[in-house]
Design a protein. Structure first.
Length: 265
């Protein structure tokens, strides 16, 4: 098994594509030693989104690290953000820009295809099937794609990110009323900064599956890790910070779901 899927009954699927940490034993020797600590993981998001099951959500999460394959990149490996630094379908660099692999260790084209088949495709098959099940059941569905990242990574972006980065693919992946509801919910908590469709507008999952005309709405939240954990090793959970930010995230998800229901009620 390459992922875990909790099947819920509400018209809500929470996808957490970058929380996996496993690098298979057969691949580990190709990476530099530093890579085995999987520092660019979206740490602890299953814990942060524990409330999702209380809302009746389905929750999909992978077991393997994004260093094996990035589930939020397109299968043809086209860059998500042209003109900016990008990581690939099978990443070859840390977020800091240094090489992930030992000399000559980067995957070949055949190895990339095999990773696509073994890890990427099953996750997307499960994601698609769950969305279809929930849409059939309710007439609509909300996909919430959950991410987190260090607040400052010069190789990827300048300066410090806002705390809460809401992405709707420039308005293409979700109805405007849903985006507005999420923004309004975030704005209700003034200690946290937020932006809509800023540096992170949504990756492949948001762009591929968000189809408002087909009653499938997708929102990505890329949140700064400093809001709920320590951004430096050992990347540990901060109960104090998490307790403060978790109600904000919950309010944003609930606002998006309520806006969806209003659209189709």
């Amino acid at each position: 098994m390459t992922f875990r899927l909790h099947q819920g009954s509400a018209p809500l699927l929470v996808s957490i594509p970058h929380m996996g940490t496993d690098i298979p034993a057969g691949l580990r020797g190709s990476y530099v030693e530093r890579a085995l600590a999987v520092e660019d993981t979206d740490w602890h998001l299953d814990r942060l989104y524990a409330f999702a099951r209380e809302l009746g959500a389905s929750v999909l999460q992978p077991l393997h690290s994004r260093y094996v394959i990035d589930l939020n990149r397109p299968p043809d490996d086209q860059p998500m953000y042209p003109g900016a630094s990008n990581t690939e379908l099978c990443p070859t660099r840390f977020f800091s820009g240094e090489p992930l692999y030992r000399e000559g260790g980067a995957p070949t084209e055949a190895q990339r295809r095999e990773r696509l088949r073994q890890y990427w495709q099953p996750y997307h098959d499960a994601l698609q099937a769950t969305l279809e099940r929930l849409r059939r059941q309710h007439g609509f569905v909300l996909l919430w794609d959950a991410h987190s990242i260090r607040s400052e990574i010069p190789w990827l972006f300048e300066g410090r990110l806002p705390d809460l980065n809401i992405g709707t693919a420039g308005g293409q992946s979700a109805a405007p009323s849903i985006a507005a509801a999420v923004v309004q919910a975030a704005a209700g908590y003034s200690r946290y900064t937020h932006v809509l469709d800023g540096r992170f507008k949504g990756g492949y999952i948001t762009r591929r599956y968000g189809r408002p005309a087909e009653h499938v709405h997708a929102v990505q939240l890329e949140m700064c890790q400093c809001t709920y954990m320590r951004e430096a090793p050992p990347y540990d959970w901060s109960e104090e910070r998490a307790t403060q930010v978790q109600p904000v995230v919950r309010a944003m998800v609930k606002a998006a779901l309520a806006a969806c229901r209003k659209l189709y009620g």
